[in-house]
Design a protein around this ligand. Structure first.
Ligand SMILES: [Zn+2]
Length: 485
């Protein structure tokens, strides 16, 4: 009797394992592969050190280019597994001509509960916006140990088990509201990647995906030594871990008091738009970091730049309509594709404006307009309109009886391949973005801008920048390296 009871017990146990729901089985398999449920649940902290790169999301030479990166040194990622806290310390050096110059920059990027924070090299801590903090909360789980441990939690809802190519895949909704997709290798059962969805101002609903490779043995666990993170199709981090520590000293991962005591930042600050008429029919719309220029033609108005986000772009559009209520605002000229300069394009389209941009941006803006923005509804998601676009190859003239503006492509700039500048021949004004920002500590793109100015034989009295104050042409010349003049 005794033997048969044992046999029945053993059979029941086996059948319970075999009959775990498939979504649970994926998580069980992953936990076993990483070192076993008990070992995975016992982990308190992980510290990874290594090297790698950060991509330059939204700021590369063209919308699809991926050649620009920051090389990372002294990379350290410390995670308090149970506490949901993480801090990344790194020193990044641009491998390209960067607008802030070439010196290495030390960064500290942290998350503690719902408080995201950065610590500047001088020790000053600041709270980051809630949207960035939410991305960092999710990033804590972009690691096999943290996501599998969370997926094992009884309060986590697992669903949609599936097989795709060489992966078993399951969705996991955590008790804290975060949602992930976990994939494991069919053969080794080790996690291959984790995916979470977030809102990106320019790209809308995007997947952030981290893939795991080069697993190694660490304190009875298998942990990846190569982690690659993408936002949509763009790589944002590629990390090779040279040293891993489980339950060692992770340091103090608490958010600094300056960050915890700061008010949550739920969105951009209210727009402040000042208007200065700098020539007849030309207004400089400034007030914050990114400016615009309003141009009055005989029967319509054109804006140069609707930057940043809905808040700024819609405020600039409203100011244009307020200044000349009797003329329709029909068009926006976009200086280049960089996310901070194109972040208001969707808002402009929602207001019915035609977008004029350099030819290399056309496919990107078609895509940007058609993307889903369901996580955060923006102006265009609330008020859908088709994209009306006109592209500039090398130059375009906007001209009627009242106004002439020549648009030129800025060629050969190390800043971007999609730049347009706007020249007002009668008023002797040049509007440009990023390639000369008066008052900036460094201006690494001025030699190329001067070449472009000379090539078109432009006669300029004042530079009207998208960043910084209007400057006499002589001030620009002073910012050009002597060898380039
Ligand atoms: Zn730029």
């Amino acid at each position: 009797m005794k033997t048969s009871w044992l046999a029945i017990f053993a059979a029941a146990t086996l059948s319970a394992c075999a009959q775990a729901p498939p979504e649970q089985q994926i998580v069980n398999d992953a936990a076993d592969a990483l070192g076993g449920r008990v070992r995975v649940q016992a982990v308190r902290t992980i510290v990874m050190e290594g090297t790698g790169t950060n991509g330059n999301l939204g700021q590369d030479m063209t919308p699809d280019a991926t050649g620009q990166a920051f090389t990372l040194a002294h990379y350290k990622r410390a995670i308090d597994v149970a506490g949901g806290r993480m801090r990344i310390e790194q020193t990044r050096t641009p491998t390209f001509t960067y607008f802030q110059g070439q010196p290495p920059q030390a960064q500290v990027l942290g998350i503690d509960g719902s408080v995201g924070y950065n610590v500047a090299p001088n020790g000053t801590a600041t709270r980051v916006a809630n949207a960035a903090a939410n991305d960092r909360r999710a990033d804590v789980y972009h690691h096999p140990l943290t996501i599998v441990r969370a997926a094992m939690d009884a309060a986590t809802i697992l669903s949609n088990p599936r097989t795709h190519d060489k992966e078993r895949i399951v969705d996991a909704a955590l008790a804290n509201g975060l949602k992930f997709t976990l994939a494991i290798d069919i053969a080794t059962k080790l996690p291959t990647r984790v995916v979470s969805m977030t809102d990106n101002l320019n790209l809308g609903d995007v997947a952030i995906e981290t893939t795991f490779a080069d697993y190694q043995d660490v304190n009875g666990l298998k942990l990846p030594a190569h982690l690659t993170t993408k936002t949509d199709r763009w790589t944002t981090a590629d990390i090779t871990v040279s040293k891993q520590l489980v339950d060692g000293d992770a340091g103090d991962l608490a958010a600094p008091q300056a960050a915890t005591s700061a008010a949550p930042i739920t969105g951009p600050p209210p727009a402040v738009v000042s208007a200065q008429e700098i020539a007849k029919g030309v207004w400089f719309l400034a007030g914050q970091s990114h400016h615009s220029v309003l141009v009055e033609f005989a029967d319509h108005l054109t804006l140069i730049e609707t930057p940043q986000h809905d808040t700024r772009a819609l405020a600039v559009i409203a100011k244009a309509k307020e200044l000349r209520p009797d003329k329709p605002l029909t068009t926006v000229v976009n200086t280049h594709h960089h996310f901070d300069h194109s972040g208001g394009i969707r808002a402009a389209v929602s207001e019915g404006l035609t977008v004029i941009t350099q030819k290399a941006n056309a496919a990107f803006y078609q895509d940007a307009i058609s993307r889903s923005h369901s996580i955060v509804l923006d102006a265009l998601a609330k008020n859908p309109k088709p994209l009306k676009i006109e592209t500039v190859d090398e130059e375009m003239v906007l001209k009627d009886g009242a106004m002439t503006v020549n648009l030129y492509r800025i060629t050969g700039s190390p800043h971007a391949d999609t730049l347009l500048m706007a020249y007002f021949p009668k008023e002797r004004l040049l509007v440009e973005a990023d390639v000369f920002s008066p008052g900036s500590a460094v201006n690494p793109y001025t030699a190329n801008l001067l070449e472009n100015i000379k090539r078109h034989d432009l006669k300029i009295d004042r530079i009207v920048p998208i960043h910084g104050a209007i400057a006499p042409y002589a001030e620009f010349l002073k910012a050009v390296p002597a060898a380039a003049k």
